[in-house]
Design a protein around this ligand. Sequence first.
Ligand code: ZN
Length: 149
Amino acid sequence: MNINALYQQIILDHNRHPLQYFTLEHFNRQIEGDNPLCGDQVTITANIVDSCIQEAAFQGSGCAICIASTSLLMQAIQNKPIDWSQQLCKHFFAMLNNEPYDQSLLGKIEALKGVNQFPVRIKCATLSWHAWHALSENNCHIISTEDAS
Ligand code: ZN
């Protein structure tokens, strides 16, 4: 299998069976992302304690690129420090901007590299990443499931 076929397979698999595709029962941050150009909508919930991502999950609807990209992001950041996830975002955006990036940091996420040849689809791929970056910097509506009860 050549590298492009492998990358395509990763995207198809993550679109068909997205990881962390649910709403967390206990979370302290939530953010919504909206890409009206394509109709992609995602809601990310996360439970962040002491600058560590205890768990993150998402729900929504969108094209294969959007769903696969969000699934790959979710998979990568479970149990990781917040600032590590921000580094990951930085390198992801660099990859899609044709700038130097750390391949070993991105790993499987490199499957989305081909998107940089399709400017319209870049918004699909980056939607959740922009949302996550905002969430990680606390630029989001903070909801506590504890407070809501
Ligand atoms: Zn899309």
